[in-house]
Write a protein that binds this ligand. Structure first.
Ligand code: FCB
Length: 444
């Protein structure tokens, strides 16, 4: 049998990603906590409650798990509503707790990548129109200044905003995230304000910390037309692709936000990234559908026979990760790329080992073109609160029982540990953890 190892460059970052509201617990002062109290918003009436109890201190054990598993980096977010509980107050003890977490990472030789916004907004901000109101730009900048001043001793790799495109789509198009609106005009306005906020944060961080590397995390979704020969499918796929993917990237390349349904000039956004964070989960197929004007005349789905996750929320489409990196390299030649999220929901872990192995393999293909991919962060370290899907989806390398806070290691955690420690993926690992794809991955 063939023996092989797909090696990665020295110094490659291997970690996991988390977000404040999903792991900390008792985040009572933000729009998501509020949303969770409203009947019908979260599947099965689930609540974030204690989440993974990181605010109660369980981050220590989880960081131990990550470090022992060979991870040399971790991406987490700081919670704006904790640091600035009201417009006129700062909570220094919250900042101290984040400093402790950052010291915790340093002690474990793990590099932090810190997100300053990951979906949740302080209640006071939401009550003032959130990101719909252009005043948010100055408010976000003020918060970023405070957080970066407090944490700069430990952090130089920053992510301003996580998945602005998902925040806008879910909050202002599908209505599944707060504030639950369905309004294209507002969606454009919010996206434009997020771009302005990102650009302001980029400059503020660099003014405080010239050596900082600042970017954001784009949810990138490759799209294929259901019938490549059918022009209407191609049109629907193109609209879907542009609508999901291109607003932020176009403004960062050329200073104009192009969303597929309208353009907004935001010259200050041009060039405001030192790396691109790519969150890749899966590739969608899109078919023309006259009955879906609200979805730009396209139905997005995973074709019959796809390798699906437990709830059918994700499909295992690894080539899309290569496509995503290729797109990033072509769009921004020379710009470093970090895979800031990639993962799949699966409670019994039957699909995750092959998902990880096949995605790492695609990343290795990309790295072998000398494309500047610097790291990979798996979503996620431990099961956590999955937004409007509550606890129905399990993305962790470790399983969590949120009632008892007991963690249980999934086999994927061991596979990922072997990858991190080897700085590569070997045929032995594939044979051990996902033999079902061995022949496909190592034919002959
Ligand atoms: C991404 C989010 C992250 C998590 C994963 C599964 O869109 O950034 O918080 O919910 O999906």
């Amino acid at each position: 049998m063939p023996e092989a190892t797909f090696h990665f460059p020295r110094g490659f970052l291997w970690g996991t990603a988390t977000a404040s509201h999903q792991v900390e617990g008792n985040n009572t002062n933000n729009n998501w906590w509020n949303w969770e109290q409203q009947p019908g918003r979260i599947q099965q009436g689930h609540r974030s409650a204690l989440a993974c109890d990181w605010w109660g201190g369980r981050w220590k054990d989880d960081f131990d798990r990550a470090a022992e598993a060979g991870q040399n980096a971790h991406r987490f977010s700081v919670e704006w509503s904790r640091i600035q509980p009201t417009p006129d107050t700062w909570d220094e003890s919250a900042l101290e707790q984040y400093r402790q977490m950052l010291r915790g990472l340093r002690d474990r030789n793990m590099l932090p990548l810190v997100s300053l916004h990951h979906f949740s907004d302080p209640l006071w901000l939401a009550e003032r129109g959130g990101w719909e109101n252009q005043e948010v730009v100055a408010k976000f900048e003020k918060f970023v200044r405070k957080a970066v001043e407090a944490l700069k001793e430990y952090v130089s790799l920053w992510c301003t905003i996580n998945e602005p495109n998902v925040y806008v789509l879910e909050g202002y198009v599908s209505g599944q995230f707060p504030p639950g609106k369905k309004n294209f005009k507002l969606a454009m306005q919010v996206m434009a304000n997020m771009l302005r906020g990102h650009a302001a944060a980029y400059r503020t961080i660099h003014a405080i910390q010239p050596e900082a590397r600042v970017g954001y995390a784009l949810h990138y979704r490759p799209v294929v037309p259901a019938r490549a020969w059918f022009p209407l499918d191609r049109m629907a796929a193109n609209l879907h692709y542009a609508g999901i993917n291109l607003a932020f990237p176009s403004a960062l390349s050329g200073g104009v936000m192009r969303s597929g349904i309208g353009n907004v000039s935001i010259p200050e956004a041009k060039g405001t990234q030192d790396y691109l964070g790519v969150n890749y989960y899966n590739t969608f197929t899109v078919k023309f559908d006259l009955l879906k004007p609200g979805e730009l005349f396209g139905s997005a789905y995973f074709p019959k026979g796809s390798d699906l996750s437990d709830n059918g929320f994700n499909a295992n489409t690894p080539e899309g990760l290569f496509t995503a990196v290729k797109w990033a390299v072509r769009t921004y030649p020379g710009l470093p790329i970090i895979i800031t999220e990639n993962g799949i929901e699966c409670a019994d872990d039957h699909i995750r080992p092959r998902y990880i192995a096949q995605h790492v393999r695609q990343l290795w293909r990309a790295v072998n073109f000398n494309w500047p991919v610097k790291g990979y962060f798996h979503w996620s370290l431990v099961d956590n609160f999955e937004w409007e899907r509550g606890w129905t989806q399990r993305f962790g390398l470790w399983a969590l029982d949120p009632e008892t806070q007991v963690r249980a290691k999934r086999p994927s955690a061991d596979l990922y540990a072997e990858i991190c420690k080897e700085n590569g993926l070997s045929s032995q690992m594939v044979r051990k953890y996902c033999p079902e794809i061995f022949e496909k991955m190592f034919p002959g």
